[in-house]
Design a protein around this ligand. Structure first.
Ligand code: SF4
Length: 468
């Protein structure tokens, strides 16, 4: 196995041209199809768009039917153990297909592969896998795939160290009105429960000029909504050494014609500056929605999580945001059952949820991630207690969400239409600027348009209405 620790040259995408050309020769003779299975967060989904872009450049075409694919790629996530188990199950189930079609290529990449033990385990347990690579050498995919097409052994290449940012990777985005743009990679925060800094490396910001030109192109291509991605977008620019920060980027994007809405995720409370709040308030296109993970309402727990703020500081921040942007919807993430969390700590979480009245919250039971400090803490909480706390938290949050949504009843809201509703094919669906999902009836196809909807039904998670 080749586990390397090297700097990735910035021009390496250029070096791939030879491999792209050689794979093109193969695909020009056969109609080869690929199927990508993506786990985890938006960053991973966006990485899959890059993998798809490279595959299309190499002459492959996408199939949504896994059993028709000549190349199956698993882009994995390691944030939760469950996702890892799913990957093992899905890879294992391909054994028979590989026996029947030995030319089929099976590849696994993404965060999970950055953990050394896991790539070793996969090679041993699933020797029929052809290709394994990590997050830091995604742009080397053409060379790695060429290797897998020409080798009878598993090609494994995982870099332990992040490299420079590589621009110009071809992208195949899902068609639609919304597009994602990564503005930075990695994270410096080392929250004690999180594996991300170990598998995605330290923070690296893309140059503003590259981001702006990508968004201008997206606008020309007809996209109306941009979501800026990063593990902690609020610290964008700190590594650039040019006094250009996230607030500056938002202000510049606000001037791009054609883009109607700008969103971003994820925001770390300790890096949410007043200047950033002012930039959000002043920018016409930045939507009135902020996802600001609090994780716990207890100062003891926040400290052991290494989050870098107190509950009081968090609440002051949200109050300031609401003062400057009164229509803003605030959503959050909360973990229950973190090691050492007492009944009193949990009561503090409920108290903050009551006081902050979040529009919605992603709630999770703490899950041990091998390789993180929290996994080694000896005061782990039992499953039964975690489940009871999660239940209590969800009941409280659902009540608050329902209540907030009910205020939209009979109101007219602006919706950017994504297409037909996934659950009701007689309805369209889209999002308000505050990121609420709205299903509505319309007399003609309004996909991609911004429409006004009169809300006639408010539920816990969604709104319903009619076009006006
Ligand atoms: S901010 Fe914390 S939770 Fe988020 S990616 Fe970084 S370490 Fe993980």
């Amino acid at each position: 196995m080749n586990r390397q620790n090297i700097d990735i040259p910035q021009t390496s995408i250029e070096d791939q041209r030879r491999y792209i050309a050689e794979i093109n020769e193969i695909t020009s003779k056969k109609d080869l199809k690929y199927h990508i299975i993506t786990y985890g967060c938006q960053m991973n989904v966006h990485d899959s768009e890059k993998l798809a872009g490279m595959l299309n450049t190499m002459g492959y075409t996408e199939t949504l039917e896994q059993n028709k694919a000549d190349l199956i790629l698993f882009n994995t996530c390691c944030v939760r153990e469950n996702a890892e188990l799913k990957v093992y199950g899905n890879v294992g189930s391909l054994y028979t297909s590989k026996q029947q079609n030995p030319n089929m290529i099976i590849g696994i990449c993404g965060c999970m592969m950055q953990q050394e033990d896991i790539s070793h385990y996969i090679v041993k347990k699933f020797p029929f896998v052809d290709l394994i690579f990590g997050t830091h050498n995604l742009h080397h995919f053409p060379r790695l795939l060429w290797g897998a097409l020409h080798s009878s052994h598993t090609v494994v290449e995982i870099l332990d160290k992040e490299g420079l940012i590589v621009e110009d990777i071809p992208l195949t985005r899902n068609l639609g009105v919304s597009a994602w743009t990564t503005i930075m990679y990695g994270c410096n925060n080392f929250c004690s429960y999180c594996i991300v800094p170990y598998v995605r490396g330290r923070e690296r910001s893309r140059q503003p000029i590259d981001i702006i030109s990508e968004i201008k192109q997206l606008s020309e291509d007809g996209y109306k909504e941009i979501t800026l991605l990063g593990q902690n977008v609020n610290s964008y620019g700190k590594d650039l050494g040019k006094h250009y920060y996230f607030s500056d980027l938002l202000r510049e994007i606000d001037d791009i014609d054609g883009i109607e809405r700008v969103r971003f995720m994820t925001s770390h409370p300790k890096d949410l500056s007043k200047d950033l709040i002012m930039a959000m308030a002043e920018s016409e296109k930045v939507c009135e929605h902020l996802h600001l993970p609090i994780q716990s309402g207890s100062n003891n727990v926040l400290k052991t999580m290494n989050r870098g703020y107190t509950r009081e500081e968090y609440m002051d921040l949200v109050n300031l945001i609401r003062e400057k942007i009164p229509q803003i919807a605030v959503t959050t993430d909360i973990i229950v059952g973190f090691p050492g969390e007492t009944d009193i700590d949990f009561a503090h979480t409920l108290d903050v949820v009551n006081k902050m009245e979040f529009d919605s919250a992603y709630t999770f039971m703490y899950s041990q991630r091998t390789g993180t400090p929290a996994a080694k803490m000896d005061n782990q909480i039992d499953n039964k207690t975690m489940k009871a706390r999660l239940q209590a938290l969800m009941e409280l949050q659902n009540k608050i969400s329902r209540n907030i949504n009910s205020r939209a009843h009979n109101q007219i809201v602006e919706v950017l239409v994504e297409g037909l509703s996934k659950n009701r094919n007689d309805m369209f669906s889209g999002r308000t600027r505050s990121n609420k999902l709205v299903n509505f009836a319309a007399p003609y196809d309004v996909t991609g348009k911004i429409v006004q909807i009169k809300v006639n039904k408010a539920k816990t998670w969604t709104l319903e209405g009619v076009m006006v």
